[in-house]
Design a protein around this ligand. Structure first.
Ligand code: PRP
Ligand code: ADE
Length: 184
């Protein structure tokens, strides 16, 4: 029997275990809950491997909150450190901040303004879901302000029809990778 690749194993787990919930957190949104995928040992391992594959970077940025779970594991696999990109009010000043629109509201993300040395660092941005792209675009903007070079972004699930890929393409440097394990 031919062994499945990490991407195939990840897609199988995502297909089997993702839960779709109508009208959460607001009416009209179909919320895609990846919690069961990440809670499954084989699913989590396959997702982490498939998101990490081929990236050579100096740091991983994991986005609050679900991106933290993946970002830490991916950074460890790649042998680099992880930067937690926090929702507003969690980090002590001074911070760099960026406010953006989501599928269901607005939010602000922050990173430390001076406590990290990201100047020239190649950074991979990790999150669970790409929807409108606002979250990843805001993260890319914060990292650029800190002097980092965004090497790419990788997510588990890209939602169709919300313009997220185009938004992220215009926010990332030319040639930066945009990887989604499943689109739908
Ligand atoms: O592409 P976008 O439209 O920006 O949406 C994607 C973001 O939305 C979700 O996070 P959310 O802000 O709901 O926060 P959470 O991770 O704390 O649940 C998801 O985890 C992504 O971070
Ligand atoms: N529909 C959705 N499901 C899960 N996470 C999301 N983030 C933004 N939109 C989402």
């Amino acid at each position: 029997m031919v062994a499945l690749t990490a991407a195939q194993r990840a897609r199988d787990a995502i297909g089997a275990l993702t839960r779709s919930v109508a009208d959460f957190p607001t009416t009209g949104v179909i919320f895609r809950d990846l919690t069961p995928v990440l809670a499954d040992a084989e699913g989590f391992a396959a997702v982490v491997e498939a998101l990490s594959e081929g990236f050579e970077v100096d740091a991983v940025a994991g986005i609050d909150a679900r991106g933290f779970l993946l970002g830490g594991a991916i950074a460890h696999r790649l042998g680099v450190g992880v930067v937690a990109v926090r929702k507003t009010g969690k980090l002590p000043p001074p911070v760099l901040a960026c406010t953006y629109d989501l599928e269901y509201g607005t939010a602000t993300l922050e990173i430390p303004a001076s406590a990290l040395d990201l100047d020239g660092a190649r950074v991979l941005i990790i999150d669970d879901v790409l929807a409108t792209g606002g979250t990843i675009a805001a993260t890319a903007s914060l990292l650029a302000q800190a002097g980092a070079a965004v090497a790419g972004t990788a997510v588990v699930l890209e939602l169709d029809g919300l313009g997220g890929r185009a938004a992220v393409e215009s926010a990332l440097p030319e040639g930066a990778a945009i990887r989604a394990l499943v689109t739908g």
